[in-house]
Design a binder for this molecule. Structure first.
Ligand SMILES: Nc1ncnc2c1ncn2[C@@H]1O[C@H](COP(=O)(O)OP(=O)(O)OP(=O)(O)O)[C@@H](O)[C@H]1O
Ligand SMILES: [Mg+2]
Length: 242
């Protein structure tokens, strides 16, 4: 894909092929085009040039909800929760949404128990079982991000886009989030934009480096780390800053 904003060429002929179950990180300096790429894949930006395929299906022109229903999930940098509802209520809404898509929603009574069970299980999966009845706005920051992850997982994505999942977190919260991401099912494909190199090198099978809207390298963490050009344009800066 290529993408242009007014005078800015944000992406130029970026071609990614991500295998099912792969955990791919996208890294690059500020303004490299990472968020633009995410937004094109999730459908939040209209594709100008190129195509997006999901499991063999062309989804280039599908709107966001249709992509979500086909299994494209994402978390956001900004909070995307119902702040006044509890963690469990948030999770229940997400589960109910999925059930509605699957047309099971009309099974009222049995449906409620099933939704409750599924919502509880998802909170457990992200480590929030004990916070089920706490209002989202009262959760610690890291717990709010974990709840966001729960909502994304409740929709049963096949591809999950994680936008800086540890941004703003304390070291302890970051460690919890890494553990949570590592615990996700291996058949769930992950695409992660992240600035924290520890997080990247821990989680990613493959890393794609963007620079001024172009892919300058895709490879294993070791290959990317050893790449002279990558070190020059990106890792060198990060290491100096660190
Ligand atoms: N809505 C927009 N209108 C105009 N220009 C934009 C818009 N969104 C992004 N850009 C520009 O496109 C380029 C790529 O931006 P993008 O946000 O994708 O970078 P990024 O890699 O996500 O950067 P960061 O690490 O800072 O989040 C930048 O030059 C940016 O200024
Ligand atoms: Mg960005």
């Amino acid at each position: 894909m290529s993408h242009r904003f007014d005078g800015v060429q944000a992406l130029t002929a970026v071609n990614l092929q991500i295998a099912p179950g792969e955990r791919r990180a996208i890294i690059g300096p500020n303004g490299a085009g990472k968020s633009t790429l995410f937004n094109l894949i999730a459908g939040e930006l209209p594709v100008q040039t190129g195509r997006v395929w999901l499991h063999g299906r062309d989804i280039t022109h599908l709107p966001v909800p249709a992509r979500a229903n086909l299994g494209v999930g994402r978390t956001f940098q900004r909070n995307n929760l119902f702040a006044g509802l509890t963690a469990l209520e948030n999770a229940r809404l997400a589960v109910q949404h999925r059930e509605r898509i699957n047309r099971h929603w009309f099974r009222h009574i049995r449906g409620f128990t099933a939704v409750h069970t599924a919502a509880t299980a998802i909170l457990e999966q992200v480590g929030l079982a004990e916070q089920a009845h706490i209002t989202a706005s009262d959760l610690a920051y890291g717990q709010q991000r974990a709840l966001e992850m729960a909502l994304a997982l409740a929709l049963h994505p096949r591809l999950l886009l994680l936008d800086e999942p540890t941004a703003g977190m304390s070291p302890a919260e970051t460690a919890d989030m890494i553990q949570l991401i590592q615990s996700l099912p291996r058949d769930l494909t992950l695409l992660i934009v992240e600035h924290d190199m520890d997080v990247i090198f821990t989680l990613a099978d493959q890393i794609t480096v963007l620079h001024y809207g172009q892919v300058i390298r895709t490879g294993s963490p070791a290959e990317v780390q050893a790449d002279e050009r990558v070190r020059r344009v990106y890792l060198g800066d990060v290491m100096r800053d660190a």
